[in-house]
Write a protein that binds this ligand. Structure first.
Ligand code: ADP
Ligand code: MG
Length: 255
């Protein structure tokens, strides 16, 4: 059994990609799955939010993309999360420029993951807020994309760029790639507009919308400063429970 690889992507910043990545990872770990989180964002938020200090990484995803280290050498264990992390820090911002010159530049992550595919059930790739070469590496490596989105007025607008990029990657670079689903996050049911946009999303994307809905919940926002996902930081919180529910839905859909 080799790992199913998913990108958590949306080219907007602050929409909940990293929160989704680390909490889905912890949720999947909780239901007994072996998980690797790959942090592809130079901000290193998924790394820090997993309790791994980005400032003192001996090796990171940067070294893996430049093929000076393997994932087996560079991965760390999230102390509380129950999953492994291939960390990132600011060094990764330079990879973008350095990779442009190199061959197989968009396939680096895909190739590196082959070396550890049998160690995991799921690999979750936390993408940066852009459709850059880093994101392209994620999309080339993945079987599918999970798109977290807020139910706000402009949410659907930016989505067409992502959907087009996914179509192009599917056509030219990675025929396996598909959209697994849209995840509604930071949801506040008291706000009428959010309910309306949520209905629009469902009308437009049908069963590509996950049943699980992640509520706006302050415990999810507090957890990173304690170096762990909300799922382990406060398991009884509404946010944590929603992510465990989402993890179960992913397992049910994908095995
Ligand atoms: P991205 O990775 O897309 O930039 P983040 O996951 O970092 O987005 O989320 C942006 C901000 O919103 C962070 O401060 C995070 O803690 C907060 N946040 C994310 N999801 C929730 C939620 N469900 N409830 C409350 N705050 C959230
Ligand atoms: Mg992020």
């Amino acid at each position: 059994m080799t790992a199913r690889i998913f990108c958590i992507a949306n080219q907007k910043g602050g929409v909940g990609k990293t929160t989704t990545t680390v909490n889905l990872a912890a949720g999947l770990a909780q239901v007994g799955r072996r998980v690797l989180v790959v942090d592809l964002d130079p901000q290193g938020n998924a790394t820090m939010g997993s309790g791994v200090d980005k400032r003192s990484l001996p090796l990171s995803v940067y070294d893996v993309l430049l093929e000076s280290a393997s994932i087996a050498e560079a991965r760390q264990r999230s102390p509380k999360g129950g999953y492994d992390v291939l960390g990132a820090n600011r060094e990764l911002a330079g990879a973008e420029v350095e990779l442009v010159e190199l061959e197989r530049r968009e396939k680096r992550l895909r190739l590196a993951l082959q070396g550890v595919a049998s160690d995991y059930d799921f690999v979750l790739v936390d993408c940066p807020p852009s459709l850059s070469l880093l994101t392209l590496n994620g999309l080339c490596a993945a079987h599918g994309v999970v798109v977290p989105m807020q139910c706000e007025y402009f949410a659907l607008e930016g989505l067409s760029d992502l959907v087009n990029t996914i179509k192009q990657v599917h056509a030219n670079l990675n025929p396996e790639l598909q959209i697994i689903g849209l995840l509604r996050v930071m949801f506040d049911p008291r706000i009428t507009l959010q309910q309306q946009v949520s209905e629009q999303i469902k009308a437009h994307f049908g069963d590509k919308v996950f049943d699980a809905v992640i509520p706006r919940n302050v415990r999810l926002a507090e957890a990173p400063s304690y170096g762990q996902p909300g799922v382990t930081f406060d398991p009884a919180s509404k946010g944590a429970q929603a992510f465990v529910e989402f993890a179960r839905e992913m397992v049910k859909r994908l095995g």
